[in-house]
Design a protein. Structure first.
Lengths: 334, 231
């Protein structure tokens, strides 16, 4: 089922177009990742998804119904969505009172409230902190309590703004595992922003890339700054001074590009092809689909997706040196 | 030097023996200061909250004006209120002049900007994420407001304490609107001024000791609550 549908949505502040989305659909029960550089418009999009802002132009539908941007209507819609911020806030009271806040607003009976709070604290493994002063918790504990507070409200959607950016490695792993569990067991749709590509690879079913307010077609994980220049009549895309890819393009100059991981393949060293680069395997991940995702260091961190059969034939291991062929159609200029 | 130590010892004797006149003066001071602070709090806190919580045209100008009013001299307030409540003034029929109510009116005018601006400052210091978090947890404007108010509670309490500290030590309004009537409108500061004029330092110093004690306690409370707010 479609949860959100954005049509020609833009958000303008002064003369600056922060967000410019032609068409975006978010479906129920999936994990979506929003990737992109700082200031790309990720948080603005999250605010729109959380019904915290009104768009300057365009239409948004939520569960098939058009969103009316009156405060009353938005407030009702907000009850379906909970946002977990990058630097989350816990109110200066006990953990219990923090978790009780949203439940009280929803007029849940006190006995039921306690039960829900205890269940969700147990889920994040912090039952012992139920009466602790919330503002004295560590960053990782705070993030987990915030997640428990969100879950206690049984939302349809959880929006996470860089949920693991300000916590230690152990908490990162716990939060990632929790998000995955929540999605699988409770079928809650999760939309997260992140700079952490491995985390996104592990979690997200779909990835969107935002740059300067524009969303690129879902599915491309490799976003880079590049320069396109003409060389003896051909257009070449240079990424990070090390990678040169011959492409078909109308423009030249600095730009942002995405490299479709499905259009990059592993080739043998002996094959003489243009657009060939070498790199070292950093990580191999099994996707839910029939593809294997490999993270490769070739000056830049590049993600490729190869069919399981090809993986079983080549069996690239972490640390192996491999050659990649980037098809010209893999490059999409944003 | 002997004169000073004699006066100081006599003053401590008055304080230690809870001298009736001294007690009366202190009670008058505390009563008018309490009521003026209470009234200022009742009006000033909601006003400060509304100003800081809402966005409207002229907000910055209004805050600038309120900040300017912080420096209003007590004698100017005394003079203006006098014009209104004296027999020839438009509120002359209420017979307010030289009563404790007159002092309270003047003191409310003095500390209302203090309460409002300190409340604005306390609310503004609350991280914007509290508001966003409350909204995303389903709170409406009112519930969000209550939450912000709760988070700013120590700052607001500090505003009240600062306002009380301002009125307990002011002299201009009490003198001009209270008239320094013994047992009725004679406050700590006006009594001290009178005793000084008379050359009787014992009571003046005793009152000074009480006033310093009160100011010190108020400041202790102020810093305690400001510290709690900063945590």
């Amino acid at each position: 089922m479609s949860l959100y549908r954005f049509k020609n949505v833009s958000q303008i502040a002064g003369n600056n177009k922060i967000l410019d989305i032609e068409d975006l659909e978010i479906r129920e029960g999936k994990i979506y990742a929003l990737l992109g550089p700082n200031g790309a418009g990720k948080t603005t999009l999250l605010n729109l998804l959380g019904f915290l802002e009104k768009p300057t132009t365009g239409n948004i539908t939520f569960m098939g119904n058009p969103v009316k941007f009156s405060e009353k209507h938005l407030q009702q819609l907000r009850r379906n969505v909970v946002m977990v911020n990058q630097r989350p806030i816990l109110f200066t009271t006990s953990v219990y009172k923090n978790m009780e806040f949203g439940l009280k607003i929803r007029q849940v009976r006190p006995v039921k409230r306690r039960q829900i709070i205890e269940e969700n604290l147990a889920l994040v493994g912090l039952s012992h902190l139920i009466n602790a002063p919330a503002h004295k918790l560590s960053g990782g504990e705070t993030q987990r309590i915030v997640l428990a507070r969100a879950l206690a409200l049984s939302p349809k959607i959880i929006l996470c703004d860089e949920p693991t950016s300000s916590v230690d490695l152990e908490s990162q792993q716990t939060i990632t595992r929790l998000l995955k569990e929540i999605n699988v067991k409770q079928h809650i749709t999760i939309i997260l922003t992140s700079h952490n590509q491995p985390e996104v690879n592990m979690l997200a079913h779909y990835s969107f890339f935002i740059d300067r307010g524009k969303i690129s077609t879902a599915g491309y994980e490799n976003l880079f700054s590049a320069v396109i220049f003409s060389e003896s009549g051909k257009k070449t895309c240079a990424i990070d001074k090390q990678i040169r890819i011959d492409i078909k393009a109308d423009t030249t100059g600095p730009c942002r590009v995405t490299l479709n991981p499905d259009e990059i393949s592993i080739v043998s060293e002996s094959e003489s092809k243009k657009n060939k680069i070498t790199g070292t395997v950093l990580q191999v991940m099994i996707q839910e689909s029939d593809k294997i995702q490999i993270l490769i260091n070739c000056g830049i961190h590049l993600i490729i997706k190869i069919p399981v059969e090809q993986y079983q034939r080549i069996k690239p291991m972490v640390g192996d040196k491999i050659c990649l062929f980037i098809k010209p159609q893999a490059v999409h200029i944003l | 030097m002997g004169f000073f130590t004699d006066s100081l010892l006599s003053a401590f004797y008055l304080v230690g023996n809870l001298d009736q006149e001294l007690i009366t003066i202190v009670l008058v001071s505390l009563t008018v200061s309490f009521f003026s602070t209470l009234i200022s709090g009742l009006f000033g806190i909601p006003l400060g909250f509304l100003i800081s919580f809402n966005t409207f045209k002229g907000k910055r100008l209004l805050i600038t004006c309120l900040n300017t009013l912080l420096a209003l001299p007590t004698v100017v307030i005394g003079l203006f209120v006098y014009v209104f409540i004296s027999r020839r003034g438009i509120f002359g029929l209420f017979d307010l002049l030289y009563t404790q109510n007159a002092i309270i009116i003047g003191q409310v005018i003095l500390i209302l900007p203090v309460v409002i601006t300190f409340t604005i400052s306390a609310i503004t210091q609350i991280d914007g994420r509290y508001r966003k978090t409350a909204m995303t947890l389903g709170a409406n404007q009112f519930q969000t407001g209550i939450l912000i108010f709760r988070e700013a509670r120590y700052g607001i309490l500090a505003a009240i304490i600062a306002a009380f500290g301002r009125v307990i030590s002011e002299v201009g309004i009490s003198m001009m609107l209270g008239g320094n009537a013994r047992g009725f409108t004679r406050t700590i500061t006006t009594a001290m001024a009178l005793e000084y004029d008379k050359g009787e330092f014992t009571l003046a110093i005793a009152l000074g000791i009480v006033l310093i004690g009160l100011s010190f306690s108020i400041n202790l409370l102020f810093h305690f609550f400001q510290g709690r707010g900063g945590k």
